[in-house]
Design a binder for this molecule. Structure first.
Ligand code: SF4
Length: 383
């Protein structure tokens, strides 16, 4: 299959290539935010929510355009589903997510955290690290499920400090039988909680678990609107089964959760010239709120990729933090074999690792144009 031509940089702040959405009403969201901006609220001088509002509405602000907070289309949809009283909390998170990587600011906690309930996957998508047996062969020790006790401990650590928590990384989260318990424990502790799933195991019980949870977004990963393309990309996948599962999920949502604020999205990786977003929109857009193509990054094997000539720092070092099923941590999922970090959440807290010496060394190498001395960063195109 002809893969699409890659850009030489993968801009992590802006990976959505195309988004078709039914609901975003940007003007209404802007009006509500403008009301907040003009309110008599006594802001603390360093309140990130106030900084975000100033960037959006204060035309006399001296911030450089490249350092300014921006509202992205999917962010607008997220804000539109929140209670107004939660806007400041959300804006604080989102300002840190957008602007800290540009200004290279490190706070006590990362703006966004990904927790993988499992590293195991039942698919072998052509663009995914699961195709690398160094990761997916059981005897290499990378495969397993997170224990509920560890999950609980992580949630306890980040509650009140982090808003964006994604349940997913290297594996298919629904393969962990404790997922319903995990969703239940997360409750409504976070304003931007999300799960990514290939929907192959999405049954009625799990649909209720997800719809009953405090998740803000469910992302169904699918890259095509029909066979044979679907299973050429999502190897071991069965399009009809996934379509039936997602349709059933939507029926349950409509029947039992008519007031649900959950954002439903289908997201495909734009990897092949054969994919077509119009076809995706025709099929999935009838069921779900958003149809998205994200840019392809060669996740399937960074370690043997050619060197890149990028010297710019990687934004993920100031934006995201990954926790694997076994308590290991990583700055990104590009490094899926966990070569950049030796820290685990059994020895240190999340905040200690994020602010610790190893991270500082790595960030400093990126800041001083020594990215080329770091494996696998010197082969990676994320900026
Ligand atoms: S491998 Fe290095 S440059 Fe690439 S995403 Fe990870 S930390 Fe960033």
């Amino acid at each position: 299959m002809a893969k699409i031509k890659l850009e030489n940089k993968y801009k992590k702040s802006d990976t959505i290539k195309d988004l078709r959405s039914k609901y975003s009403n940007k003007q209404a969201v802007l009006n509500s935010l403008y009301e907040l901006y003009n309110s008599e609220r006594p802001w603390q001088p360093d309140d990130l929510a106030k900084k975000a509002l100033d960037d959006l509405f204060d035309e006399t602000s001296s911030a450089e355009p490249k350092n300014k907070f921006v509202l992205r289309e999917h962010t607008v949809e997220e804000i539109s589903r929140l209670e107004k009283s939660n806007f400041p909390r959300y804006l604080r998170y989102r300002y840190a997510y957008e602007v800290f990587p540009i200004d290279q600011i490190v706070n006590s906690y990362p703006p966004a955290i990904q927790i993988e309930p499992t590293s195991v996957c039942n698919y072998r998508c052509i663009f995914c690290y699961q195709t690398d047996p160094r990761l997916s062969k059981k005897s290499n020790g990378h495969m397993g499920n997170m224990k509920f006790e560890l999950f609980k401990n992580l949630i306890d650590q980040i509650e009140g400090h982090v808003e964006a928590v994604t349940l997913a990384s290297r594996g298919e989260p629904t393969l962990n039988k404790n997922l319903p318990k995990m969703l239940d424990y997360m409750g409504d502790k976070f304003l931007a909680a999300k799960i990514n799933t290939n929907a192959s195991l999405l049954n009625e019980t799990l649909a209720h678990n997800i719809l009953d949870s405090g998740l803000q977004t469910v992302v169904f990963s699918a890259d095509a609107a029909s066979e044979p393309l679907y299973s050429k990309l999502r190897v071991h996948g069965d399009f009809d089964k996934v379509f039936t599962n997602i349709s059933k999920f939507c029926e349950i949502k409509e029947k039992y959760y008519p007031h649900s604020k959950l954002i439903t999205r289908v997201s495909g990786v734009s990897v092949s010239e054969e994919q077509n977003l119009d076809e995706m929109e025709d099929l999935w857009g009838a069921l779900l709120d958003q149809v998205v193509f994200v840019q392809y990054n060669p996740w399937e094997n960074v370690y043997d990729s050619d060197f890149s000539d990028i010297t710019q720092p990687c934004s993920d070092l100031w934006r995201r933090f990954f926790i694997w099923w076994d308590g290991k941590t990583a700055p990104c999922d590009v490094d899926y074999l966990t070569t950049l970090s030796t820290e685990t959440v059994f020895e240190k807290t999340i905040s200690e690792i994020w602010n610790g010496r190893s991270y500082e060394v790595l960030r400093n190498k990126h800041l001083s144009a020594q990215r080329q001395s770091v494996e696998p960063c010197r082969r990676c195109t994320v900026v």
